[in-house]
Design a protein around this ligand. Structure first.
Ligand SMILES: [Zn+2]
Length: 257
């Protein structure tokens, strides 16, 4: 199994070695750590060097991190070019949704411009993209990716209307589900809508989850229970869900077996 999205550079993983060890023991063989901009990008690159063939790094510029500035934007783009050999993707990048001012037209216009630059850079570097675009912003991000002729991408922790979900799948992109699929109807519904061959799994740790995960620190090992939740939702064997979602991550991020 692979955790396709876990912020191992976060303060909650001050020493990620324990979480990585528990993941490996549980059968989670690799994890993708997406940088969010600024020092986060350098931190995930260091983790990829420290844990070769286990931690895979990606550099990005998180669209909800409004404290980032133009220098951070240029740093992220330059790092993607300079460290291309160590990277498995471009991201986390995307469109803002959550902040109080996230949906202001000016912010949206600049976010779309930034995303387009990352999309062009990803195409040039032949790297897939990890997209943060919740709810209606998924449609906006999809438009930018199509325009830039991005071939490989995942819409992480996807949540939007059915028409947009179908358009993302038609464009050939992947969609990833979190541990929420174990306890939230919205995500169970999404699990039934996304073909297994297009599904990725992620914890988005250290984000805290509810239901059976309540009061537990989010770790990559939780992918095991996420696989089980998808399997019971689809009424198929968990070995099948584990194998297919792992192959999907390997193909998208070019993670060797
Ligand atoms: Zn994230």
């Amino acid at each position: 199994m692979i955790d396709s999205h876990v912020h191992l550079d976060a303060d909650q993983y001050a020493d990620p070695s324990g979480a990585i060890k528990r993941a490996l023991e549980a059968g989670v063989v690799a994890m993708v750590a997406p940088g969010t901009g600024g020092t986060s990008n350098r931190c995930v690159l260091d983790l990829a060097r420290r844990y070769p063939r286990v931690v895979y790094a990606s550099c990005g510029y998180h669209p909800e991190r409004f404290e980032l500035n133009d220098a951070d934007l240029e740093q992220a783009l330059a790092l993607i070019r300079a460290e291309r050999g160590l990277l498995c993707a471009v991201g986390e990048v995307g469109m803002p949704w959550y902040g109080e001012r996230a949906r202001e037209p000016e912010r949206l216009a600049s976010a779309a411009r930034n995303l387009a630059r990352f999309a062009r850079t990803a195409v040039e570097a032949d790297l897939p993209m990890i997209i943060h675009a919740p709810h209606d912003s998924a449609r906006e991000a999809l438009g930018v990716l199509r325009e830039a002729e991005v071939r490989r991408a995942v819409f992480h922790w996807h949540k939007s209307d059915d028409a947009t979900t179908r358009a993302i799948l038609e464009a050939g992109y992947f969609i990833s589900l979190t541990p929420e699929v174990a306890y939230r109807d919205r995500d169970k519904r999404l699990a039934k809508m996304v073909p297994l061959g297009r599904m990725l799994l992620e914890t988005d740790g250290p984000w805290p989850h509810g239901g059976p995960f309540e009061n537990r620190p989010t770790e990559p090992a939780m992918i095991v229970e996420t696989v089980e939740a998808v399997a019971s939702t689809l009424n198929v064997r968990r070995e099948l869900v584990g194998a297919v979602t792992t192959i999907n991550s390997r193909m998208l991020f070019r993670i060797p077996p």
